[in-house]
Write a protein that binds this ligand. Structure first.
Ligand SMILES: [Zn+2]
Ligand SMILES: [Zn+2]
Length: 165
């Protein structure tokens, strides 16, 4: 209905990244990443174990230096998905739920990402410094609404369909 605010493109793709994060398998962090170019989704990723390997949720985390190293991070998995499918992501925007760790920032930069849109901070990282040096634009936004505004019966065509049954 009229009170539903239509999301901006940046909000829309960030919300897709939030949706991707629902697939994450490490209880210490749920991240999502969506790579977008010309408003076209090229790849998505979330932090999860290597294919065929156990999930943190099932077998516990694999902690090294107080970090869980079992999963690939969302950004890496989005890059990997693009690689597996031969998708050129140079010049694309990375929408990520959480500010990259240093390693993921370097990978995104090296892969040719030119813009990052994010809403959550991440501590102890040189990502901001690397992005700045690489002239990658970093846009920090408020977290988009967590609600999916899907309400079929609010639309007159759907109501007619329902009545005609
Ligand atoms: Zn874990
Ligand atoms: Zn990372």
């Amino acid at each position: 209905m009229s009170e539903i605010k239509r999301p901006s493109w940046d909000e829309y793709f960030l919300k897709l990244a939030m949706l991707a994060s629902e697939r994450a398998t490490c209880p210490r962090m749920h991240c999502g990443c969506v790579l977008v170019k010309d408003r076209f989704v090229l790849a998505t990723g979330y932090n999860g174990s290597l294919p065929g390997q156990p999930h943190c949720e099932d077998d516990g985390c694999l902690i090294v230096d107080s970090h869980c190293v079992r999963t690939n991070h969302a950004e890496i998995n989005a890059l990997v998905q693009a690689t597996k499918h031969g998708v050129n992501i140079v010049g694309s925007t990375a929408y990520i739920t959480n500010m990259s760790c240093t390693t993921c920032a370097k990978a995104l930069i090296a892969a040719g990402i030119t813009r990052v849109v994010v809403f959550s901070d991440f501590h102890d990282t040189l990502a901001t410094q690397f992005y700045s040096q690489a002239k990658v634009e970093v846009v920090k936004m408020d977290m988009p609404s967590k609600e999916i505004q899907y309400d079929l019966m609010n639309y007159s065509s759907a109501q007619k369909t329902e009545k005609s049954k």
